[in-house]
Design a protein around this ligand. Structure first.
Ligand code: NAD
Length: 436
């Protein structure tokens, strides 16, 4: 296991052709440039890291860090003792803290990994950067639009490395898929369809009622912005990456359809984001039916890129299969008269398309059940890239900007649903990075 992860970043760069060039890949994913350079402080020095938030995602990062040779976990922080104890059992040499501000006073820490509920992301990131630490924060960026702006401005004004765990940006099949789109494989991009369906209530067992809100933080607006920041955040980033611009209008409807258990966040959302030229992202998430799983589809005039599965489909293949089918039907005299065109002989089903793989060989696919145990989804790579950056001090291009753009879109989606109106992207939250 550890050896496998250790090789992760190097193998990833090699697969993408980045050891020896890879201009097209770098143009597609400019944030990979910083992974290519060697840390100034080479040799045996390790990045001294602290984890703040030792819950399920935090512990997942600890497992990944075991295999990253340039990383050393030196401190852990959680204000919920059972999780702090569980993490400490995984890294017994680490110092433990229950107050993250005390941890930030520790001069022997280069970087912090923040894996707390969303409501804490902005405050902790700002405090950590102010204390001179590099930061790797879980997505989304922040709970409110104002906080997003504050973090973005603090990042721009300072010199600390800041990463957001938007692992699709470091997932080989996504990178190559977007490169192929940029090269014109699926023709003009005409729309996007993303969804994430699960059948689970998101609840965790609570030992006593006063702990309900802090343990089931995802269900309450004080800490969470619900499905949009927990799930859509990753997917909207991918849409903007593919479109190379930002939507201008947002409409949506959100409801609590099934899990009427006192939660405050929607369990069903449908949001449409419209770009200036009329192209749309059709986003849907529902957590009481998982038939459709999770998909990030970029729709082109000549084909469709299914980034989640790492496959693409060409309209041309479909036409061919329709033709073959028509010839077969003529042969078997299926029809009394032969239709010259139309849906009677061309099935309008996805199964009629031929899937072509984006990458050679096996591709690990997360069907949307859980991101915590996802395999080879880029999470290990982005974490290793951050560890390297803690040693080099080199920032990754566009990572913070991409996190800002997608988080702001999630929050505007919630605003459109809550206020039941069409939202035009507000001037106050535009940043120079955005193209509309
Ligand atoms: N990138 C991904 O794919 C992905 C996947 C899962 C979760 N996440 C993100 O990771 C974050 C954590 O999610 P999780 O499922 O691990 O939640 P969790 O509830 O399992 O863990 C959160 C931990 O933070 C601790 N905590 C809360 N407030 C704290 C404070 N003030 N100081 C110190 N510790 C505090 C809690 O006690 C808990 O141990 C969320 O932002 C979530 O969106 C990202």
């Amino acid at each position: 296991m550890s050896q496998e992860v250790d090789l992760g970043l190097r193998r990833f760069l090699k697969n993408l052709g980045l050891m020896t060039g890879g201009a097209a890949v770098l143009a597609t994913a400019p944030w990979l440039q910083s992974c290519k350079s060697s840390p100034k402080e080479s040799g045996t020095r390790k990045a001294r890291l602290a984890l703040i938030g030792c819950g399920s995602r935090g512990q997942y990062h600890l497992v990944m860090l075991r295999g990253i040779t340039c990383a050393q976990v030196v401190a852990l922080c959680d204000d919920w003792q059972p999780n702090l104890d569980a993490a400490h059992a995984m890294v017994p040499t680490a110092r433990t803290y229950t107050d993250y501000r005390k941890l930030l006073e520790d001069k022997e820490i280069d970087g912090v990994i923040i894996a707390t509920p969303l409501g804490f992301h902005a405050r902790m990131t700002l405090d950590a950067m102010a204390a001179g630490k590099h930061v790797f924060c879980e997505k989304a960026m922040a709970l409110t639009l104002e906080e997003c702006k504050e973090v973005y401005e603090a990042y721009c004004a300072g010199d600390r490395v800041l990463y957001y765990c938007m692992q699709r940006m470091y997932d080989e099949k996504y990178i190559q898929g977007i490169r192929l789109i940029r090269e014109g494989l699926i023709g003009d991009v005409v729309g996007m369809r993303c969804h994430w369906f699960r059948n689970a209530d998101w609840r965790r067992e609570v030992p006593s009622p006063e702990l309900e809100r802090r343990i089931n933080w995802r269900l309450y607006k004080e800490y969470s912005a619900g499905l949009m920041t927990e799930l859509a955040c990753h997917q909207l980033e991918v849409c903007n990456w593919a479109a190379d611009r930002m939507p201008v209008d947002i409409v949506g409807m959100g409801d609590i359809v099934y899990w009427k258990d006192g939660r405050e966040v929607y369990d069903s959302v449908n949001v449409t984001y419209r770009y200036a030229d009329g192209r749309k992202i059709c986003y849907e998430s529902l957590i009481s039916n998982k038939f459709n799983g999770m998909e990030d589809q970029i729709l082109g005039k000549d084909g469709t890129m299914d980034l989640t599965r790492g496959v693409f489909y060409l309209e041309e293949d479909h036409l061919n299969s329709g033709m073959r089918q028509l010839l077969e039907q003529i042969k078997t005299k299926t029809f009394a008269s032969i239709p010259a065109a139309g849906p009677s002989w061309r099935p309008e089903l996805r199964s009629a398309y031929t899937p072509h793989p984006v990458l050679e060989g096996a591709v690990s696919v997360n069907a949307g059940q859980s991101m915590v145990a996802a395999d080879a989804d880029g999470s290990d790579i982005i974490l290793e890239a951050f560890c390297k950056a803690c040693l080099s001090g080199e920032r990754a291009r566009s990572v913070v900007e991409e996190a800002y753009c997608s988080t702001v879109l999630c929050l505007l989606g919630n605003r459109a649903m809550e206020e039941q109106r069409r939202i035009t992207f507000p001037e106050a939250y535009k940043i120079p990075y955005m193209k509309f």
